[in-house]
Design a protein around this ligand. Structure first.
Ligand SMILES: [Zn+2]
Length: 390
């Protein structure tokens, strides 16, 4: 067994309300923690820290649990920068642009898909993300969804089957035939390679009945539901998410009061994806509506080539603060502990004895700098499962 003491931390964010200032972030001033093998084995004030085999002094920096990015689409090929430029010239976003990525993904080799996803996952790690959820959804054939999930599984345990992303072009005018594929051969082939089932329930994607059917098929094979919903307009998605006890409903750009009330009484996290609002120039949700009602909120990147091509959790934290009205503390919690809840995990997104030794250290004296200094590469060091990776 070998142990490492991280000390000299001006602020240690634990997300354990039993620690430090007693707030939701469990902020310990002049903090330290000890990592042993893959887990945290001690947390507290630097003056009380035990000896360890190795010692790293951080001279007044901030340590926090590695970011938990609970929503990404890293397995794809191609580039949609022209579509982005057109949108920034005034065109509006629709779900149809996904077809361009589907065509490029199908045409790519396995090695190209692996290299692309691996590059983005490495980019995330450098920005402090130590856990990422990765979806399929740009294959949309049995074989291409299956290989997308295999590529994802090399990078994370949090793999999601999103065969119901859009109806692919070859099924235009034959929706029911694509539903038959999803509910039969595709779910059967994909379920063993995924933890989660997801559906894009929105205008131009899948309706309420189709969404319920796909979720039920996944759940019947042991997958746990999560949902893309209410990105483009108010719709039935949030209510369906609550009805099936989904771990999370993601986007939530357009919410009715009934949606907020349903989430408040549920075990379903509302995951905000401010990078999508940014990149599609859409209105931002006022997240205070959710917090005031008692809804659990997460923040994630939605990293994908169409509507949010950022891999940066610090950038999304800054957007959530600036444009969704979260405080810096709430946004940081949502990007760490909130993401963990959206993945129904209690071993990540927190720094306490026994949790995964996933730590990001910022070259800043306060976590507030994540939003105060947007676009600045503040991440100074990262440990993932006890191994220093940055
Ligand atoms: Zn998404």
């Amino acid at each position: 067994m070998s142990s490492t003491l991280l000390t000299g931390l001006a602020e240690l964010i634990t997300n354990d309300p039993g620690m430090g200032d007693g707030g939701p972030l469990g902020l310990v001033s002049d903090g330290a923690l000890v990592l042993e093998e893959e887990v945290v084995c001690w947390v507290g004030e630097a003056g009380a820290a035990p000896a360890a085999d190795a010692r790293v002094a951080f001279d007044g920096r901030v340590a926090l649990p590695g970011f938990v990015d609970s929503h990404s689409h890293l397995v794809f090929a191609g580039d949609r920068s022209c579509e982005f430029a057109a949108r920034m010239s005034g065109q509006t976003y629709s779900a149809g642009g996904i077809a361009a990525t589907v065509a490029a993904t199908r045409a790519a080799s396995d090695a190209q898909l692996r290299a692309g996803a691996g590059r983005l996952a490495a980019e995330m790690l450098r920005q402090g993300t130590t856990t990422v959820e990765i979806k399929s959804g740009y294959g949309l054939t049995v074989a291409d969804e299956l290989r997308s999930l295999r590529v994802a599984a090399d990078l994370t345990a949090e793999t999601t089957w999103l065969g119901a992303h859009v109806v692919p072009p070859e099924y235009a005018g034959r929706r029911s035939a694509y539903l038959d594929l999803l509910l039969g051969p595709m779910v059967t082939a994909c379920a063993p390679h995924a933890r989660w089932v997801d559906v894009f329930c929105d205008r131009g994607a899948f309706d309420a009945d189709e969404t319920r059917a796909v979720l039920a098929a996944g759940m019947a094979r042991g997958l746990v539901p999560r949902l893309h919903a209410n990105q483009l307009e108010q719709g039935p998605g949030v209510q369906i998410a609550v009805e099936v006890d989904a771990a999370s409903v993601d986007h939530c750009t357009y919410l009715s009061q009934a949606d907020v009330a349903a989430l408040a009484g549920s075990n379903t996290v509302a995951t905000l994806l401010p990078g999508a609002e940014f990149s599609t120039r859409s209105p931002y949700l006022d997240a205070r509506r959710l917090l005031a009602a008692g809804v659990t909120v997460a923040v994630a990147t939605d990293c994908n080539p169409g509507s949010s091509y950022t891999s940066s959790m610090p950038f999304c934290v800054a957007l959530a603060v600036r444009d969704m009205q979260l405080t810096p503390a709430e946004a940081l919690w949502a990007a760490t502990a909130g993401g963990a809840k959206a993945l129904r995990r209690s071993d990540i997104g927190v720094l306490k004895v026994g949790s995964h030794a996933n730590v990001a250290v910022l070259d800043a004296p306060s976590y507030v700098h994540l939003a105060y200094r947007p676009g600045v590469p503040l991440v100074h060091a990262v440990w993932q499962r006890g191994r220093q990776v940055v």
